[in-house]
Design a protein around this ligand. Structure first.
Ligand code: GLN
Length: 198
């Protein structure tokens, strides 16, 4: 039985918990390094990436999360979580943010790329290996670049920005710029569970 850990420092952790419960998957909250010892998959939820980043550092979680990734265990970062996995971050308005990230994935992201909170939207995204999912983009970033071994595997078509990167994968690590837990589309979670069983 796969047990999923959800980083529960700030943001959307409860919503992920509820989707997993509905799927009959055991989920637990991760707040400190020891919590990573008994899980097979980690979800880093959406929220506010500088806040979650500060709390990761405060909790001393960065080395443990890095080790978890190096052991080949799946990590899914959604929205702010995707920003935290990225090696490079810029903000649409202020440019270089200089913020802390885990820097585990070879991706560059642009924070708040679609504009303000009220420019949030829902869209259908087609992701290689997952299929079509209806999801919410809330002050979302875009994945502007990925370099080997990392690949962009899903795009969203936006009226103003055109086709921009929304999903990337690097072996056991996955970054999604949107919130699958808001619309409750289960396909992403099912995909994650299969990754954990590999
Ligand atoms: N705009 C947020 C950030 O840059 C991310 C938004 C989200 O996770 N919904 O941290």
């Amino acid at each position: 039985m796969v047990r999923v850990g959800i980083l529960a420092l700030q943001g959307d952790f409860l919503e992920h918990f509820e989707v997993l419960r509905d799927l009959g998957v055991e989920a637990v909250y991760v707040k400190k390094p020891k919590d990573l010892e008994n899980i097979d998959v980690l979800i880093i939820p959406g929220g506010e990436s500088t806040t979650i980043g500060s709390l990761i550092q405060y909790a001393g979680l960065a080395p443990a999360i890095t080790r978890f990734a190096e052991e080949g265990k799946p990590i899914l970062g959604t929205c702010a979580g995707a920003i935290l996995l990225a090696k490079k971050v810029v903000d649409r308005v202020v440019g270089e943010t200089g913020q802390f990230t885990l820097g585990l994935m070879n991706i560059a992201v642009v924070r708040n790329a679609f504009g303000r909170q009220n420019q949030s939207f829902e869209a259908v995204v087609s992701i290689e290996g997952v299929g079509e999912v209806r999801v919410a983009f809330i002050r979302a970033p875009v994945i502007s670049e990925a370099w080997p071994p990392t690949k962009i595997i899903g795009y969203v078509n936006h009226p103003a920005l055109g086709k921009v990167g929304a999903a990337a994968v690097q072996n056991n690590l996955m970054a999604l710029t949107f919130h699958p837990e808001i619309t409750g589309d289960k396909k992403i979670y099912e995909y994650l569970i299969t990754l954990a069983k590999k």
